[in-house]
Design a protein around this ligand. Structure first.
Ligand code: DAH
Length: 340
């Protein structure tokens, strides 16, 4: 009888099939109620005592083999079917691909670039690590000039000459004028650095866009019209005012306010009840600056302006805390998916 079981073992080992029905028949034949295994277990009592041990062992071997065989063959068929399910149905809708979003600072920067590109301004860039000449001296801010204190500076090196993190993008004006003669129409976006405490309103790293227009007979009214065009395009607001101000690199200088309105409670809050919002500084480029950059102030005149991108993005998107821009919180960034 043991020989008989052994020949079944061989048969089980040799069995292979990819048909569910055949496998099921095989299972019934060996493992079913009236199957071969049960028949052997039934006669176990009659096996002579001295053979019982080996008989039992061989029979259990057959049982394990048959059970594993059936399970393995069934599993193989099921996983094949699963694969087919994944790759087989070509009409199945695609998994939605997660799309990223641009950072709000980049969105606003690109909008500003586009608005000025439409009236002939190109884009120029300069280094973030600057020397004293380009950040201060050439801009009519000689050493010990009190206006240097307006922009608290991070110094990289003080000796033998000052190397610093630029405090404004006005340094790019200087670089551009040193390399190009008028007509000049350029805007310079970039990162700037100031040694200031971080709060909801200000940060030690932020972004600016500088504008520069130099040609023959450029006047203050050209400046005003250019800025009016810009605020109409970006904010959809068509009332601005220029308040006299002071910057060492421009004369006369002005601060630009836009009329935001007083329609909502937020409007009251952000304009402090006046309806007006300051958005940038500007002025006619000081003749000293032109001279410093090898441009003849007798022949040419021009205007310049500078604005903070964060401030504008906060107004456009009603963002209450400047620190949001640098925290990379996905819940904040995801909200800009639908913007350009
Ligand atoms: N550089 C100034 C600042 O960072 C901004 C500015 C004001 C730039 C007037 C200009 C300008 O070009 O004409 O505060």
């Amino acid at each position: 009888m043991i020989q008989e079981i052994k020949s079944h073992i061989k048969e089980v080992e040799a069995f292979a099939s990819e048909e569910m029905q055949q496998i099921e028949e095989f299972r019934i034949k060996y493992l079913g109620k009236k199957g071969i295994l049960n028949d052997f277990f039934k006669v176990f009592k009659e096996v002579p005592n001295n053979e019982k041990k080996e008989f039992g062992k061989t029979l259990n071997q057959l049982k394990d083999l048959a059970t594993n065989k059936v399970n393995n063959l069934k599993e193989a068929i099921e996983s094949k079917q699963e694969e087919k399910g994944i790759y087989g149905d070509l009409t199945r809708p695609a998994e939605p691909a997660g799309i990223g979003s641009r950072h709000p600072i980049s969105i606003v920067k690109n909008q500003i670039i586009e608005i000025f590109a439409n009236i002939g301004f190109n884009v120029s860039e300069g280094p973030e690590i600057e020397d004293d000449w380009h950040n201060f001296t050439a801009l009519n801010l000689p050493e010990h000039h009190p206006a240097r204190d307006m922009q608290d500076t991070f110094f990289v090196q003080r000796d033998p000459k000052d190397i610093l993190l630029r405090t404004h993008t006005s340094s790019v004006q200087v670089r551009y004028m040193e390399e190009n003669q008028p007509p000049i129409r350029t805007i310079s976006p970039g990162r700037v650095f100031r040694n200031e405490d971080i709060s909801a309103r200000s940060h030690c790293i932020f972004h600016q866009v500088e504008g520069l227009y130099i040609d023959k007979n450029v006047s203050f009214s050209d400046l005003k019209q250019t800025l009016l065009y810009f605020t109409k395009q970006l904010f959809g607001k068509s009332k601005i005012r220029l308040r006299p101000s002071y910057f060492p690199f421009t004369e006369p200088s002005a601060e630009v306010d836009i009329y935001w309105g007083l329609e909502t409670e937020t409007d009251y809050r952000i304009t402090k009840g006046t309806g007006w919002l300051e958005i940038m500084g500007c002025g006619m480029v000081d003749p000293n600056v032109l001279k410093n950059c090898k441009i003849d102030p007798e022949k040419y005149s021009g205007f310049a302006f500078g604005m903070g991108i964060e401030r504008i993005a906060m107004l456009l998107y009603q963002i209450g805390d400047i620190r949001m821009f640098y925290e990379n919180d996905i819940r904040f960034l995801e909200q800009f998916k639908s913007s350009i």
